[in-house]
Design a protein around this ligand. Structure first.
Ligand SMILES: Cc1ncc(C[n+]2csc(CCOP(=O)(O)OP(=O)(O)O)c2C)c(N)n1
Ligand SMILES: CC(=O)[C@@H](O)[C@H](O)COP(=O)(O)O
Ligand SMILES: [Mg+2]
Length: 635
């Protein structure tokens, strides 16, 4: 079935094909992508749009000597398939399979590891400078989408690249889409295509103006040409990049292989920084994805029929967050919502539809999102910035300098906190408790389920303080949702089960598994208290100390890095109270990066599911050391 593709085990095989064979090859790659990704899940639409571009890049350049750097890397499937990973491609994003993103440890063709956006030009420039110093002739090609170009870091890199004048090719893969429709002034500017009717009609108008200017000798032609050029110059996307010191080429048709090959062969010979503007269609070749590219940005894997639940799964945390935002927005016009290019992913689309004037998609600009929120808060509004935990990492200083230091009432809604599953180590939200809980003025909390999430959101909005709440990817626990929203007492946890043998102090999504673990332990005659801590900061010291005195044995559970996480906060409480005889064990994410897999597989591996928590508690209670680091604090 894959007559041409089956012969390609690396870029050298690709180069053996005649140029005319590349178009049928693209069709085979597209069919292969569709067949595989609809089964494994993954980033379908972006990849369908980048097939010809990838083939052309590998045909014209010489990877791995030449470096192709993919921004985000969610569009690099064709690159993987052409660089020796066709046969393992069906394992992409699966447990112990290949990654859904370029990864340096996976292939010499993966020039730079990615998953987060807007890094490709910086990394490419670093490599361009390094190869200049090494005096070799490797070509460096950074491939960035129009959505990823909205990230400020891309412009920081363009700024330096235009100044250094090193050989760097930036390919702008412009499909006028981020995950959702790309937004912002930059996007509108870049999508002004001078090749279309718009330019032709402007040119006509210009010619009419020319015709009415009285002749001033032989200069008229020269003047007309100059005027036309400057009009074009003012209006093309090239102006921007040329102003930054790049040679601009384009826009060119990104699904036309002969054009792509011709242009790339020419661009290859140019010196200095080049920006090649390529127009593509997200979802190309698969009508549902072409029509609804946002819905096909990422598709879920097909699970075997027997694994499909008979009834609908409970609502996701994300959708409960989104519905609660609408509810709170109805009651209070000061409630505003901000997303960094992820209105669907963060559940804010219903809010955006209901309150278009109070919703802001800032593009892939997490840093700006938080300082923008701080500005809104200064003026008395109640902004909620909903950003994935992993992407908030790049806005740490904004949380510190613009929000906490100024005590501004901004709410950070950190979605995808904890293990996210198939996206793997770039996307797990493993660190937010650690990177937030040491910041003065910030309240850090995590709901035990989707119902508590609603109450925490209201608590955050009406606290008048900087607040953060973290919640995981995926379905909630299916608990009933209270209609009446309450403000929770800040800094107070709750005892859910009172037992005398040990205390499990859990936070966020680990509370329900901890309850289940306690039930399993009871079957074995072990009676555990279970505490829902609710707040990481301010932590409920009183409750923790009372339990420590009562049972003398504490097990903390969190889906966050153990280093600096919630368990560390509990240790600090015990240490500060000089309760040195209490035995404590922390369950959480160990000090290594966690690979991909389903959330259930990863939780089971790390002992974060009910069975794992119960096993650790039992072993610990018996005084044997478990698999995670054990910290028995002795006087
Ligand atoms: C820092 C960061 N923020 C958000 C995301 C989520 N994200 C992944 S792809 C994407 C859209 C990228 O758009 P573009 O670069 O134009 O690629 P396309 O999907 O259109 O091919 C977004 C917002 C991310 N990966 N990294
Ligand atoms: C590549 C990227 O960053 C996003 O597309 C991400 O994979 C979305 O993750 P969710 O599926 O959790 O929204
Ligand atoms: Mg795009």
């Amino acid at each position: 079935m894959y007559r041409l593709l089956s012969k390609i085990n690396g870029p050298d095989d690709l180069k053996k094909l005649d140029a005319e064979e590349l178009t049928p090859l693209a069709e085979e790659v597209r069919a292969f992508l569709l067949e595989t990704v609809t089964r494994t899940g993954g980033h379908l639409a972006s990849n369908l749009g980048a097939v010809e571009l990838t083939i052309a890049l590998h045909y014209c350049f010489d990877s791995p000597k030449d470096k192709i750097i993919w921004d985000v890397g969610h569009q690099a499937y064709t690159h993987k398939i052409l660089t020796g990973r066709r046969d393992s491609f069906h394992t992409q994003r699966c447990y112990k399979g290949i990654s859904g993103f370029p990864k340096r440890s996976e292939s010499p063709h993966d020039a730079f590891g990615v998953g987060h956006s807007s890094t490709s030009i910086s990394a490419g420039l670093g490599m361009a400078v390094a190869h200049g110093l090494k005096e070799d002739d490797a070509r460096i090609i950074s491939v960035i989408g129009d959505g990823s170009l909205t990230g400020g870091m891309a412009f920081e890199a363009l700024n330096q690249a235009g100044h250094l004048k090193k050989n760097l090719i930036v390919v702008l893969n412009d499909n006028e889409m981020s995950i959702s429709k790309n937004v912002g002034a930059l996007s509108s500017f870049i999508s002004r295509k001078m090749t279309g009717g718009y330019y032709r009609s402007l040119k006509k108008e210009m010619e009419a103006v020319m015709a009415n200017i009285p002749a001033i000798g032989g200069n008229i032609l020269h003047f007309a040409k100059k005027a036309e050029n400057s009009l074009k110059g003012f209006l093309t996307p090239g102006t921007l990049f040329e102003g930054l010191g790049f040679e601009y080429v384009g826009p060119i048709a990104g699904h036309d292989l002969p054009t792509l090959l011709g242009v790339l062969e020419n661009v290859k010979r140019l010196e200095g920084p080049i920006l090649l503007h390529v127009m593509t269609k997200k979802g190309k070749g698969y009508p549902p994805a072409e029509t609804m590219p946002d819905k096909f940005h990422g598709v879920a894997p097909t699970r075997p029929a027997s694994a499909s639940p008979a009834k609908l799964p409970p609502p996701s945390y994300t959708s409960v967050f989104g519905d609660t935002m609408v509810k709170l927005g109805e009651l209070d016009p000061k409630v505003l919502a901000i997303t960094a290019a992820m209105p669907d992913g963060t559940g804010l689309t219903p809010f955006a539809e209901r309150f278009p004037d109070r919703f802001f998609d800032v593009g892939i600009a997490e840093q700006h999102a938080l300082t923008f929120a701080a500005g809104l808060a200064v003026e008395g509004f109640r902004p909620v910035a909903a950003i994935y935990s992993t992407f908030t990492q790049r806005a740490y200083d904004q949380v510190f300098h613009d929000i906490c230091l100024q005590k501004l009432p901004v709410t950070l809604a950190l979605d995808r906190a904890g293990l996210v599953g198939d996206d793997g180590p770039t996307h797990h939200g493993s660190f937010d408790i650690s990177y937030l809980r040491h910041l003065p003025e910030l309240t850090v909390m995590a709901p035990k389920d989707e119902n508590e999430l609603q109450h925490m959101l209201k608590t955050a909005l009406y606290s008048g303080r900087p607040m953060s709440l973290r919640y995981p990817r995926g379905a909630g626990f299916g608990v009933p949702l209270d209609q009446e929203l309450q403000e929770l007492p800040i800094g107070k946890g709750e005892i859910l089960v009172d037992g005398g043998d040990l205390t499990i102090v859990a936070i966020g999504s680990t509370v329900h598994p901890a309850l289940e673990a306690a039930a399993q332990l009871r079957q074995k005659g072990i009676f555990a208290s279970v505490v829902n801590a609710r707040f990481i900061k301010p932590i409920d010291s009183e409750l923790i100390l009372a339990q420590a005195k009562k049972t003398g044995c504490i097990v903390t559970v969190e889906e966050n890095a153990l280093l600096g996480g919630f368990g560390s906060a509990v240790l600090e409480v015990l240490s500060d109270a000089v309760l040195n005889a209490v035995r404590i064990k922390r369950i959480g994410i160990p000090d290594r990066f966690i690979e991909q897999g389903t959330q259930a597989q990863l939780r089971a591996d790390l002992g974060l599911d009910a069975a794992g928590i119960a096993a650790t508690c039992e072993t610990f209670l018996k005084g044997e050391s478990g698999t995670s680091p054990q910290l028995a604090v002795v006087k």
